[in-house]
Design a protein around this ligand. Structure first.
Ligand SMILES: Nc1ncnc2c1ncn2[C@@H]1O[C@H](COP(=O)(O)OP(=O)(O)OP(=O)(O)O)[C@@H](O)[C@H]1O
Ligand SMILES: [Mg+2]
Length: 273
């Protein structure tokens, strides 16, 4: 195994056993992520993106294949890995700050050792002054920003993000994209980011992995040759559109191919927006 890579996914397959029979979700998907990379994983709904991230957390093991994080085979959940999901999943009976402390409490860490770091993070996501608010008193975007702080509180090296801004309105989503790039630049995390929004993937990532429709396997990899930091207005530029269009064409081609072969099992075509 190559030490340059902090995430190595080597031909992972996942077959769920459900009451309605086996569901072949992932098929020999492979990926390599270098330290400090921002990788996006895109593909039609149901192609196995969430399955891949769950597999990497160690919570839902793959059926076959291997995955390594920081050189170690994925087994039980690791503290070097932070996870951010589509829903902020804040506990309603805890205040914002109590929610942020929650994983530290679970890990039996002394919260005081982290308070300064957390204060800085809260400031960087512009939540200062809201520490004592309950989730119901916060907007969706604020809750998601709190979940980012919670994931970063114990300083994981790697962030796995599963459509983290999917439930937010378009404006807030753009703001969150800008925020996550700021955090990435400042903290130098390695990020694997799942989304079905191709524009978001191209804006954020330096590499985009495209998955085929279910069972998700490697379709294509795009290295995104756009300047960093992303200049203002880059999403309106021709080059940006061309990359987005090429990725969309790839996905449409994969769907058409499966349909022609009578293998297509997903209703996800329309979600490629
Ligand atoms: N626990 C489970 N039991 C049975 N089948 C499952 C389970 N979890 C997921 N699946 C199936 O596995 C396939 C992949 O699901 P997954 O959630 O990984 O897709 P996804 O790419 O994240 O989709 P989306 O873009 O809609 O979030 C789907 O067909 C789904 O129905
Ligand atoms: Mg998903």
């Amino acid at each position: 195994m190559n030490d340059d890579y902090v995430i190595v996914v080597d031909k992972v397959t996942k077959v769920y056993q459900s009451e309605r029979g086996p569901v072949h979700a992932l098929d020999r998907f492979s990926m390599k992520v270098k330290e400090g990379d921002f990788v996006a994983i895109v593909g039609p709904s149901g192609c196995g993106k969430t399955t891949l991230l769950w597999g990497l957390t160690g919570l839902h093991p793959f059926t076959s294949g291997k995955a390594y994080i920081l050189g170690e085979e994925v087994g039980k959940p690791k503290r070097e890995v932070g996870i951010i999901f589509q829903q902020a999943n804040l506990l309603p009976w805890r205040t914002l700050i109590q929610n942020i402390y929650f994983p530290l409490e679970i890990m039996k860490e002394n919260v005081d050792n982290y308070s300064e770091r957390i204060e800085d993070l809260i400031e960087s996501v512009e939540l200062t002054g809201f520490e004592e608010h309950y989730p119901r008193e916060l907007s969706g975007g604020m809750q998601q920003r709190a979940s980012i702080v919670r994931a970063l509180s114990y300083d994981p090296k790697i962030l796995l993000m599963d459509e983290p801004f999917g439930a937010l309105d378009a404006y807030t989503r753009d703001e969150m994209d800008t925020l996550i790039l700021k955090i990435w630049k400042k903290t130098k995390k390695t990020i694997a980011f799942v989304t079905h929004r191709i524009e978001e993937a191209v804006y954020l990532a330096n590499r985009v992995y495209v998955m085929t429709p279910r069972p998700g396997t490697n379709s294509a990899v795009f290295d995104i040759d756009l300047p960093r930091p992303r200049p203002e207005g880059i999403t309106m530029e021709r080059k940006f559109f061309e990359i987005v269009a090429e990725i969309k064409r790839t996905i449409v081609r994969d769907v058409e191919k499966q349909k022609k072969e009578g293998k297509y099992q997903s209703q996800a075509y329309s979600t490629i927006t």
